[in-house]
Design a protein around this ligand. Sequence first.
Ligand code: PLP
Length: 428
Amino acid sequence: MGLDLERSAQLLERGCRRLPGGVNSPVRAYRGVGGTPPFIIRGDGCRVVDEDGNHFVDLVLSYGPLILGHGHPDVVAAVKDALERGTAFGAPTEAEIRLAEAISERVPSVEMVRLVNSGTEATMSALRLARAATERDGFVKFNGCYHGHGDAFLVKAGSGALTFGAPDSPGVPESVVRDTLVAEFNDLDSVRRHFDARGSEIAAIFVEPVAGNMGCVLPQPGFLEGLRELCDDHGALLVFDEVMTGFRVARGGYQEICGVRPDLTTLGKVIGGGLPVGAYGGRKDLMEQVSPAGEVYQAGTLSGNPLAVAAGLAALEALDRPGAYDALEDAGAQLQSGLEHILDETSTPGCVNRQGSMLCLYFSERPVSSFQDVLDSDRARFTPFFHHLLEHGVLLPPSPFEAWFLSRAHDTEALDEVLDGARSALTG
Ligand SMILES: *Cc1c(COP(=O)(O)O)cnc(C)c1O
């Protein structure tokens, strides 16, 4: 049909000769939906332009980081300023302390923090710390939750709730995931069973407080509170992976909304302002066990990188403008109600799950509150929907498992374009 992706197709072919799948992160290759991924040359606000000159309203936003949109002037100015003073020193800088202070001020459970370069690094390091602090090896994660590609986290659920994990990827030794226990999101009993069986061996529960790597699944009332209680009863640590939700769903992350205080928190995405940053932090007595204050080793040549820290600080400060989160909520609510209206109008079975400016449309007959509900939704319907929107100038994440994101730059005009695309996709 209409969309010319000729140059992108050529680039994909060329890229495949030197890069596995032509990309540096798998989802970008569009294997799930087929077709050619647009190669992007420029982003501006809520829009991107590809090599063939196609313009898109961007709901990918680099999979979450760009909460201010592309090329926000404050972020650009902060990076330029830092760039002129030097890109890396391998020495401490004041800006790192300022970012740490900015994080603690917004997320009070994070009394101390260590900056790293990605969400993956943050969760791997938090797991090491949790294991060291509790002198236990086991940990619980949830089916369908993603915590980066660290070996221990690459586990899908076995058949029974008590089965030990089996690796999700070749190259992950069984021995590394032996202590990864998989439970079901929004199912406290599935967690309790692990604690009943091995409570004294479990170092931590890792959870995305809003599950954003199976679309957008909200925690049911009492679920996160129940996890807190199980951890307290068994001397385990509660780790909120807020790499996606941190500074996105609220100034203080989802923990501000739910009122449950984790022992450790992992952050990424938004705190880098679009540059590579991750962080883990939490209780002072735990973080003081991290090297060189303590003995838990973790290091990084470019950690706390001046450009990335400057971008992150500028982004957090821009989000402090009055009404920033209200505006994000309004944009999310507008898109959600528009989509719900279209589902209704076109008699399409579906639902929209949303927390603030992250959301997901499921083609499902029933509400989606578990990983099983996600699997049971009509995922095959997503592919034609996705391609229709792409041709309509709307860039969605190329998978029914990915959340859609909005930024401060998404105005009513852009949202209307998304809704027009969705309406014609579901009418046609
Ligand atoms: C994106 C994400 C990660 C991994 O972060 P990377 O920067 O891609 O390594 C970890 N946890 C959650 C919840 C995420 O959404």
